[in-house]
Design a protein around this ligand. Structure first.
Ligand code: 13P
Length: 247
């Protein structure tokens, strides 16, 4: 069975009762990652074989950085994946390529897989600049990294799709994923290899069929629909049923 990656990003939401709801998460052979806020990392109990993720990490190693949580701490909290470069970090917290590059280096040094988010704004989309914006986000970041021998995950999240209910057409998503793949070829000499390309933005039980129909997309990054276990379970079931149909 092909293994897809289904990632829940709770953002600044959730509490002990959502952790308790997640005890009802569906069993699947696909890889499931749940990224709660930091303070719930130790409370969230996931089935064996599922993974804890973090939504953010400090760009600095442990030291005097008030308010930050470092990669080493995440490792000790059993975190296996970490989101980097989310558009909310870029826009609201003014984080830059330099921040993201240093986060990625630190994560990889603790064997935590970065999920690198890229995506264009509505203005760039309307100007048909999506492809060039995403390419530049990715190449400017990867070119700052030293050679690394670890796969990364790239999540394509058009900003105009996040929380809006709007989803790009399959053709558009394929054009972006093709570009991401060709872009990654340029970094093979640095041993930067992409493991999977995910799609994120308004993924829910009504829109999942678009993502499922695209062979180039190997999973999803889910915001709002991960805040109710019934909705998140429906996404897991969609991927499981897809496998049953294709085998
Ligand atoms: P929504 O699924 O709520 O659109 O959020 C997507 C997202 O930003 C996941 O990182």
């Amino acid at each position: 069975m092909k293994s897809y990656l289904i990632v829940a990003n709770w953002k600044q939401n959730g509490d002990s009762s959502l952790c308790a709801e997640y005890l009802k998460i569906k069993k699947t052979d696909h890889a499931i990652v749940v990224c709660p806020p930091y303070h719930l990392l130790s409370e969230l109990k996931l089935p064996h074989g599922y993974f804890l993720g973090a939504q953010n990490v400090s760009p600095f190693p442990n030291g005097s950085y008030t308010g930050e949580i470092g990669a080493e701490m995440l490792k000790k909290a059993n975190v296996s994946y970490c989101i980097v470069g989310h558009s909310e970090r870029r826009e609201l917290f003014k984080e830059t390529v330099e921040h993201f590059a240093s986060k990625i280096k630190l994560l990889l040094s603790f064997s935590i897989t970065p999920i690198i988010c890229v995506g264009e704004s509505i203005a760039d989309y309307k100007l048909e600049k999506g492809n060039s914006v995403v390419r530049s986000q990715l190449t400017s970041l990867l070119s700052t990294l030293d050679p690394i021998c670890a796969p990364i995950i790239v999540a394509y999240e058009p900003i105009w799709s996040i929380g809006t209910g709007l989803i790009p057409t399959s053709e558009y998503i394929i054009s972006i994923t093709d570009m991401i793949k060709s872009c990654m070829v340029l970094f093979r000499n640095k041993n930067i290899i992409h493991d999977k390309i995910l799609y994120g933005g308004s993924v829910n039980e009504d829109t999942i069929s678009t993502t499922l129909s695209i062979r180039e997309i190997q999973g999803v990054l889910v915001g709002g629909a991960s805040l109710k276990i019934e909705s998140f379970n429906k996404l897991i079931v969609s991927y499981t049923s897809r496998d049953k149909r294709s085998f």
